[in-house]
Ligand binder design. Sequence first.
Ligand SMILES: Cc1cc2nc3c(=O)[nH]c(=O)nc-3n(C[C@H](O)[C@H](O)[C@H](O)COP(=O)(O)OP(=O)(O)OC[C@H]3O[C@@H](n4cnc5c(N)ncnc54)[C@H](O)[C@@H]3O)c2cc1C
Length: 469
Amino acid sequence: MSVDEASIPETTAIVIGGSIAGLLAAAALAPHFARVVVLDRDELPESKKYRSGVPHGYQFHGLSVGGRLAMEALLPGFTDAAVAEGAPLFDTSAETRFATKCGFLPRQPSSMRTLTASRPLLEAITRRETKKIDTVELWANTAVEGLAATDGTVHGVHYRGADSAGLLEAALVVDASGRASQAPKWLEEVGYSAPVETVINARWGYSTAYVRPEPAFSPDYGALYVLPTFTGSDPAATRGGATWKQEGGIWGITAQGCAGDLPPSDEQGIREWFVSIGADEIVTLMDRGELVSPVQAWRNTANRLRDFAALTRRPESFIVLGDAVAAFNPIYGMGMATAAIGASILGEVLTEWQADSRGSYAQGFAELFQKRLDTLIQSSWSSSTGADRQIRGVKVNGVEAEDMGPTPESELMDRVLALAVEDVDVAAKFMESRQSVRGPEWLADPALQARIRADWDRLGTVRRNGWED
Ligand SMILES: Cc1cc2nc3c(=O)[nH]c(=O)nc-3n(C[C@H](O)[C@H](O)[C@H](O)COP(=O)(O)OP(=O)(O)OC[C@H]3O[C@@H](n4cnc5c(N)ncnc54)[C@H](O)[C@@H]3O)c2cc1C
């Protein structure tokens, strides 16, 4: 059967998945389509709620500054709405205590502002602000089961809801269904090869709980993150932790471990975990405060890349973004920002496409978008996997990797970290990069490179000692 182009509603776009990536994609699509339909197999409640469709929603979700700014650009008023719900907003560099393996970064005033809200609140506000766009429809409890494609073009999706099932047609279909995405299978079903998949697993795990602090608790920071040191044989080599304030005066606490050293999932167990690494502040917070929700563990932390950009054959009018393309080890806090910046790129590519009067999306839009998105994905992927590749026992596609360990890039990055601990200017640039508001170009600065080369051996020995900054 040949699809009758006139029967495809050119003005409809479909988004599969109504979480962070899907909602932001809908906001990016909205100026370009008369109708944007977001389908999610899960409920999409009005208020904040843990959803089974986002089982990781209980865990710590730090939104980087660049991610927040991308969300704000797509959904103006996003930050104010979160603050109105009680989410703290504070100076990122001055009020975050952040420790790499080399030590704590110096704190200093900055123009960056960090928003620390629970994942359910971030999602509820994203949902609420997206729903305000007249042309966006959210279809809850409606699972997408496959693609409808004819003559090399995707022209809709097969869906099943509680009361109805059928074919929904559109000129462009966007998959934002997260780590659970079935896109490779759907591509095979319509006659295309699945993308090459790479999984890098440094065997990290999380355990998170929430605490109402004692009334006297008033630290001079809004968030504290301490990464493992990755070297040596003491517990700090594989163990880290974090605590942060969020809405309602509640503080989250997370124990994080790598190389298979996974934090326990009970209160006494994580207390002992924090004791083992000298995280006295978190121990005191737990002892003097009240645990308001149980400890919950999360283990699915592998980096997974599906290389849609490299497909040599692909159906037209079908694109993929968010965790469905690249899901990162959450410890590095890049997923939401990459989803948000990816949605902004979608908006830019749509604007260019229309400005160039390139016509139907069935004429190369999918390849153009996927390749444009890939620059962002590769940058996030190399920072997330660059660190994980050095962790003992890291597995690549299920096999313990033999050629892991330091690379020239990681050797250089270790020294940049060491310098950041000692130098406020380097610390500022490092923090801006980590917060997705500065690209990596500053690392190639000849003056910085020369400084590092001149002090190479000493910088290579700088290691953090405990939790004191
Ligand atoms: C433990 C953990 C901690 C994390 N911490 C951070 C952090 O600190 N900072 C950060 O930036 N990121 C973090 N992330 C990553 C972040 O959660 C994701 O990158 C972000 O949510 C973007 O995901 P997404 O919207 O692509 O997918 P998801 O949030 O996974 O949403 C996918 C949506 O698709 C729906 N869906 C799935 N299949 C179908 C289907 N067939 N039909 C219809 N709907 C479907 C689901 O119901 C769901 O709503 C963390 C992730 C994990 C696992």
